[in-house]
Structure formats: structure tokens, C-alpha cells
Design a binder for this molecule. Structure first.
Ligand code: APR
Ligand code: PHB
Length: 391
């Protein structure tokens, strides 16, 4: 097999890249180890920065997003038993975020690839990049038991945190920076009306909680939990009272509970692999970096990576110039580190961290008390939450 760009991974990063390249006449093949049904079944955050919304429109997948996406002009911090609204739009000169599940983004991208005749090979095994330090890299893999080869000009690893591509960058040139957080997030999806029209991030003595949503009839909730916990430790009978306990009384009183239709526990980490390229191999999205979900930046960083990389590849195929490709890693990482900082800052501010001691807890309380009464402090939060500019 032969193509121009070989893409590993059919998550949001891989599918969006394939679609953007296709719009500029550049051929790609996407290799995905799971089935399409499995990929589309993943429940992931869906708070989209405007930059990603614009990119999805450029990719020709903005129609349902425009129809069903919910514009959010504010978020709420719950602390001291009451809500404090952060007016994102007023504080950022008119900007907002759009709530639209990542599941929907992926579904729209799959549909667009199908409509364009895009090549997505599902359930492939043992994908391995080869000759990435030459100008004729290729991928080897197994499909239905047969050994296959895909010759291409470039390979892009969009294979997530547990993928293969990151390990193809030689350790001698690779730097990994990581922080593991000492707690997890228990997430619940329920067919219940969201407790509030905007997201609520709650700081509480028992731990962090987050009230989000997927639609007017589908709620998404999270509570901070121990890394020792498993889903069986959190039956609905424990989850709903504990969530309510961490929310202001008037919010808890209006919360509609119901059977969890999805429940999972995820660890939290901050992680960056530098550089995001080596030879003709490029990394994008979770393959290169991970943020704690507190700032809802994971999907949005995949978006900015793909913005920079697709632009560089389009320039190469139009002009044969490689400068923008060579500058991709530094450009993408500059924005990645800003999102890493914001996600780390909001995570350490909002979560209960007993191992940090009483003084740290008092500093958290003091910072939160200052934050909710300082326009300057709320502006810092708002600017980062709606997303820093791509360029
Ligand atoms: N070969 C082929 N496909 C692979 C391999 C492999 N060796 N390893 C992983 N994959 C596939 C996974 O099955 C998955 O479908 O790569 C895809 C990676 O997708 P994501 O993990 O969603 O990563 P990304 O596209 O970067 O999107 C980042 O997704 O995980 C969330 O929170 C994250 O919102 C962020 C977004
Ligand atoms: C979600 O809706 O899943 C979500 C929203 C905001 C976050 C994290 C997760 O910060």
C-alpha cells in the first residue's frame, strides 16, 4: 500500500488530521487497532474551545456541532456553600466555549471520512513505524492475520497515551516530563437533566466534584476519589449522596439522580514528551501529552496540534518547503505547556490534597477567596479556560 501521510489512531486527532488533509487533496491512511464501534463508544469530555470549533468547520464537520452544540458563556465555582459564576464572555471580550461530546466529534469525523472515501483500517495489529529517519518511511502492521506494509512520505502518531509512536523517538533525543496526581476521578453518565445550565466545579472538604452535561437530558458528573477505589466501591447509592454532599445545598436539592449508564475511574496525570517529532515521524494529541481533565484541555490540545501539523503538511505538499514541518514541535509545545500549566494550576487549586498539609489547604482557601472577588484573577482563569490563541 502507498499513501502520502500514514496516520496511527482513529481518535479525534487522527480523524481530524485525515479530514483536513483530504480537504487539500492530500491522501492519508488511518490505522486503528480497535473497531469503530469501540472508538465511538468512548465517553470523553466535550468542552470545545472556539479554535477547535473553527477547525471542525474548516474540516467540513461543523454542521451538527452548530445545531446541537451548547454555547456556554460562564462556568461556576462552588465553594463555601455557594456558587460563584465566572463570566467567561465578559472577562474575555466576548469569547465562550461550546459543550459537545467528544463522542459526537468522533462520530461526525468518521461520517465525514466515509463520505469522502477516506481509508480507515480498523482492528489492525502490531503497527510499527519504520525508517522514520529517511525520506521514505513506512508502516508495517497485521490485518486479518496478514502482514501488511504502508509506504508513505510522513507518519503521524495520533495513537494516544498508550500508543506505539512515542516510543519510536530515540531516548537519546527524548525528554519526558510527568506528574502523577494522588487521586482519581470517578465519572458517571446518567440520563437525567443537568443540575445546572453551566458547569459547576466544586471545592469541598470531602473532595472535588464537577457537574457537567452532554445534552439537556444527559448529565455527566465526577467526584474526586482515592486511587485505591474501584467502580464497585461506588454503587449509585453511595455516589449520588456523596456528590450532593460536595455541592451547595440549593444545588444539591435540585439535583436529579438516576441509574448510572456509564461509570468509570480515571487516574490523573500531567505528561509531556519532547520533541513531538523525529525525522518524518510526528506526534499529535495524547500521543505526545496528557493533562488532568480539570481544565478540559485534552481534546482542545489535540485540536491545536492538528492545526499546526496540518498547516505544515499542506505547505510542504504545496511548496516542498519543510520549514513549518521542522518548526511544528516547538510551535505545538509552546501551546501545550500553557495548557499544562493551567490544568495543573486548576487541579491543585480545586482538589483535596491532605498529603500537602494544613498550610497548603489554607493557601488553597485563600487563593479561592481571592479568585472569586478579583476581576484580574477571574480573567486569568477565563482566558485560559476559553483557550489561548493558536497563532
Ligand atoms: N495502533 C493503532 N491504533 C492505536 C494504537 C496502535 N498501536 N494505539 C492506540 N491506538 C488508537 C486508539 O485505539 C485510539 O482510537 O489510537 C487512538 C487514540 O485516540 P485518543 O486516545 O482519543 O487520542 P487523541 O486522538 O489524541 O485525542 C485526545 O482523546 O483520550 C482523549 O482526553 C483525550 O480528549 C482527549 C482526546
Ligand atoms: C466533561 O463534560 O466530561 C468534562 C467537562 C469539563 C471538564 C472535564 C470533563 O473540565
Amino acid at each position: 500500500m502507498q499513501t502520502q501521510v500514514g496516520i496511527i489512531g482513529a481518535g479525534p486527532a487522527g480523524l481530524l488530521l485525515a479530514q483536513l488533509l483530504d480537504r487539500h487533496g492530500i491522501a492519508s491512511v488511518v490505522l486503528e487497532r480497535r473497531s469503530r464501534a469501540y472508538v465511538q463508544g468512548r465517553i470523553r469530555a466535550g468542552v470545545l474551545e472556539q479554535g477547535l470549533v473553527d477547525l471542525l468547520h474548516q474540516a467540513g464537520v461543523g454542521e451538527r456541532l452548530a445545531r446541537e452544540g451548547q454555547i456556554h458563556e460562564g462556568i461556576n465555582l462552588a465553594l463555601g456553600g455557594r456558587l460563584h459564576r465566572i463570566d467567561l464572555t465578559a472577562l474575555t471580550g466576548g469569547r465562550h466555549v461550546t459543550v459537545y461530546g467528544q463522542t459526537e466529534v468522533t462520530r461526525d469525523l468518521f461520517a465525514a471520512r466515509d463520505a469522502a472515501g477516506g481509508v480507515i483500517l480498523e482492528e489492525v495489529e502490531a503497527v510499527r513505524p519504520r525508517d522514520i529517519e529517511t525520506d521514505r518511511p513506512h508502516l508495517v502492521f497485521r490485518k486479518a492475520g496478514a502482514e501488511e506494509r504502508l509506504d508513505c512520505d510522513f507518519i503521524v502518531g495520533c495513537d494516544g497515551f498508550h500508543g506505539v509512536s512515542r516510543s519510536c523517538v530515540p531516548p537519546s533525543v527524548q525528554t519526558i516530563v510527568e506528574k502523577i496526581y494522588p487521586f482519581g476521578w470517578l465519572g458517571v453518565l446518567a440520563r437525567t437533566p443537568p443540575v445546572a445550565p453551566e458547569l459547576i466545579y466544586a471545592s469541598h472538604g470531602q473532595g472535588f466534584a464537577l457537574c457537567s452535561m452532554r445534552s439537556p437530558v444527559l448529565s455527566r458528573y465526577y467526584v474526586q476519589c482515592s486511587l485505591e477505589d474501584c467502580v464497585a466501591d461506588w454503587p449509585d447509592e453511595r455516589f449520588w449522596p456523596e456528590l450532593k454532599n460536595r455541592l451547595p445545598a440549593e444545588v444539591a436539592a435540585s439535583l436529579v439522580s438516576g441509574p448510572a449508564i456509564e461509570k468509570s475511574i480515571a487516574p490523573l496525570r500531567s505528561f509531556v514528551a519532547e520533541p513531538l517529532s523525529h525525522g518524518r515521524l510526528f506526534l499529535a494529541g495524547d500521543a505526545g501529552h496528557i493533562v488532568p481533565p480539570t481544565g478540559a484541555k485534552g481534546l482542545n490540545l489535540a485540536g491545536s496540534d492538528i492545526h499546526y501539523l496540518s498547516r505544515a503538511l499542506i505547505r510542504f505538499y504545496r511548496t516542498s518547503e519543510e520549514a513549518e514541518l521542522q518548526g511544528y514541535s516547538a510551535r505545538a509545545l509552546a501551546r501545550v505547556w500553557q495548557a499544562e500549566r493551567f490544568s495543573w494550576w486548576l487541579t491543585r487549586l480545586m482538589h483535596r490534597l491532605p498529603e500537602e498539609g494544613d498550610f497548603f489547604a489554607r493557601m488553597q482557601q485563600a487563593e479561592l477567596a481571592y479568585l472569586v472577588q478579583s476581576k484580574a484573577a477571574m480573567t486569568l482563569l477565563a482566558e485560559n479556560y476559553v483557550g489561548l490563541p493558536y497563532d
